[in-house]
Design a protein around this ligand. Structure first.
Ligand code: 2AL
Length: 251
């Protein structure tokens, strides 16, 4: 089985962290194809970044459809473009936020999300409501760490995030932590040991859920609103994204 894991930002060092987390949990027969968006923002920390990031993401999924990907993981905690990607994919597509929240709800009655900048909290809060997780998510906490600082050892990111996770358990009444950024994928095991509670990285969770869905023979429904996009003329610099009847338009 081939799972394409796409980092929708353009920072390839973050893709390496994501790929390592994905490969660490992948089953022996699973090939992880990790991709970095070819265009757009270096990190995604707001609505504008998120909107622009979707174009590069869609290009990678169109390529994945020609490369025989069996499923996809969108490795950014805002799950940018999730439904648009589902429209052009045959196999299952999971965002890391939805995967992490669902997995957390299986191992605790309540969880807290620990994310990066305060301005991204609203993105996570919208997703909590979209996914019907209001009764499970007790709080979204920000560390005020910019995404790219997660890679800087001098930022103290590991310590800052661990302390926020500890506070979440103590103050929110949560039994598990969801890490709110793909760039935190390498921290889950360490923080879980430190705080003594489940810590869910969405990249690993999404890979295991895509494996399960493919194993069940399930792909994205092509009946209803997730059917292939309607064929029509696209113009300007995005003309190459034009869909055709009965497919993603990928060529
Ligand atoms: C993210 C993420 O997962 N990747 C990225 O560039 N921004 N999420 C976040 N909350 O900052």
């Amino acid at each position: 089985m081939r799972i394409k894991v796409i980092n929708p930002n353009t920072t390839s060092s973050m893709t390496e962290v994501i790929a390592a987390a994905a490969r660490a949990v992948a089953a022996p027969g699973t090939e992880i194809v990790a991709a970095t968006s070819p265009m757009g923002p270096a990190s995604i920390e707001g609505h504008y970044d998120e909107a622009v990031s979707v174009i590069g993401l869609l290009e990678e999924v169109r390529r994945g459809e020609t490369e025989g990907a069996d499923g996809y993981v969108i490795a950014c905690f805002g799950d940018p473009g999730l439904l648009a990607v589902r429209e052009i994919a045959r196999g299952p597509v999971l965002g890391i936020a939805e995967a992490a929240m669902h997995v957390a709800s299986f191992v605790a009655t309540g969880f807290s999300i620990v994310t990066t900048l305060g301005r991204t909290r609203i993105i996570a809060e919208h997703l909590v409501r979209n996914y019907g997780m209001e009764h499970h998510c007790r709080r979204v906490r920000a560390t005020e760490l910019p995404v790219l600082e997660l890679e800087n050892p001098a930022s103290g990111a590991r310590r800052i995030i661990t302390e926020e996770c500890r506070r979440a358990l103590a103050e929110d009444g949560s039994g598990a932590i969801v890490l709110g950024c793909a760039g935190m994928a390498d921290l889950a095991a360490h923080i879980a040991r430190e705080i003594g509670a489940p810590v869910i990285d969405g990249v690993a969770a999404a890979v295991k859920l895509v494996e399960a869905l493919v194993g069940l023979g399930l792909g994205t429904s092509k009946t209803g609103d997730l059917a292939w996009p309607l064929p029509k003329r696209y113009t300007g610099p995005l003309a190459h994204l034009e869909p055709f009847s009965g497919g993603s338009g990928a060529s």
